[in-house]
Write a protein that binds this ligand. Structure first.
Ligand code: PEP
Ligand code: MN
Length: 361
């Protein structure tokens, strides 16, 4: 059972609800993230008269019957979809499809700055790039570390694109907090609980990738760690799961998109690069992701994929990315969305007009 407090209700009212529940022997906790404050009740032994009293207490909006292991992430608690606002131009979860693109790893100044320029001119809204790489083999390139972050900041300065980069432990998050616009938590770290808590306490937007062996429920329970630490700015990213199939690197679980959109109000992105591991499949899966309701994409692009130090086989060259962005706009429009900023209340017809008149971003 969840007691949902009214938006803006003072914390003291939620604490009073919790106090009343504790007095009558129920184990209750106040949880808050952004506009949502709830009192979560562990026991389900509440009697009818108790429920009636609860619903009349000051600040209480309604009671939600739920024994879900995640609460703040649930659409039962927040029926409207969350829009994570990173900057004025970079919002995830509204009518605009957010495309984040860039190389797997930051390699050198020329590589990251020219890739950033290329993805920006094709219409990407943010730059991705790994400075600290969690590699399966200890002998693989581990990233440029601090130097990589310096180069990402340089690319941001030269292009204005916000940066999305992976942090692999909570101490690193403290050290580099000010440098990063979006904290990426990778598939291998989805259940790194100290990192999830630290990302939650930071309040900074977080892009949480699905663990390669995690169920959708486990994925949402990890998101809940961030929300329960007080950070409402969470974006989920489906990046493929392990199955018996080995024609692709992972099995991109696109059915997770509508499932997640039903279960949670958090925005959902798709990473077709890690999801397939094969550059020539990236375009079709990107279009399918937008068609099935994804709020954005995370795509690996490198100025010269043949020379990429990591994940070259799944990485697009700028000209292929450019072509994909044009095709994606058509798919986005067919589901009432756009890759470009959408004026509030723009109709489908206006969107199509915009598309026909605009020749470039
Ligand atoms: C990445 O985005 O470069 C990455 C390492 O992804 P994942 O955590 O999904 O493997
Ligand atoms: Mn990669």
């Amino acid at each position: 059972m969840i007691v949902l407090m009214k938006p803006g209700a003072p914390l003291s009212e939620a604490r009073e609800v919790m106090r009343r529940l504790s007095q009558s022997g129920h184990d209750a906790h106040v949880l808050t993230a952004g506009q949502n404050t709830i009192v979560s009740i562990a026991s389900s032994r509440l009697r009818e008269p108790e429920l009636e009293i609860l619903s009349t207490l000051p600040g209480v909006e309604r009671l939600v019957a739920s024994n879900s292991p995640y609460k703040l992430a649930s659409r039962n608690v927040q029926p409207t979809s969350t829009i994570v606002k990173v900057t004025d131009n970079f919002r995830v979860g509204g009518d605009q499809i957010a495309v984040i693109a860039g190389p797997c790893s930051v390699e050198n100044e020329e590589q990251i700055v020219s890739t950033a320029r290329a993805v920006r001119s094709a219409g990407a809204i943010a730059l991705r790039g790994g400075a600290f790489k969690p590699r399966s083999s200890v002998y693989s390139f581990q990233g440029l570390g601090e130097e990589g972050l310096r180069l990402l900041k340089q690319a941001r300065e030269e292009t204005g694109l916000p940066i999305v980069t992976e942090v692999i432990d909570h101490e690193m998050l403290d050290l580099y907090f000010d440098d990063i616009d979006v904290i990426q938590i990778g598939s291998r770290s989805m259940q790194n609980f100290p990192l999830l808590k630290a990302a939650g306490e930071s309040g900074k937007p977080v892009l949480l990738k699905r663990g390669m062996m995690a169920t959708i429920e486990e994925f949402l329970m990890s998101a809940e760690y961030i929300l329960a630490a007080g950070n409402p700015n969470v974006m989920l990213c489906e990046r493929g799961i392990r199955t018996f199939e080995n024609a692709t690197r992972n099995t991109l679980d696109l059915s997770a998109v509508p499932v997640l959109k039903e279960k949670t109000h958090l925005p959902v992105l798709v990473d077709p690069s890690h999801g397939t591991g094969v550059a020539r499949y990236v375009a079709s899966m990107s279009k399918a992701a937008v068609a099935c309701g994804a709020d954005g994409l995370l795509i690996e692009v490198h100025i010269d994929p043949t020379r990429a130090v990591s994940d070259g086989a799944q990485t697009l060259a700028p000209k292929d990315f450019e072509t994909l962005m044009v095709e994606l706009e058509l798919v986005a429009q067919s589901v009432g969305r756009s890759l470009r900023p959408v004026a509030d209340g723009a109709t489908q017809c206006e969107l199509q007009e915009q598309a026909l008149t605009a020749t470039s971003w």
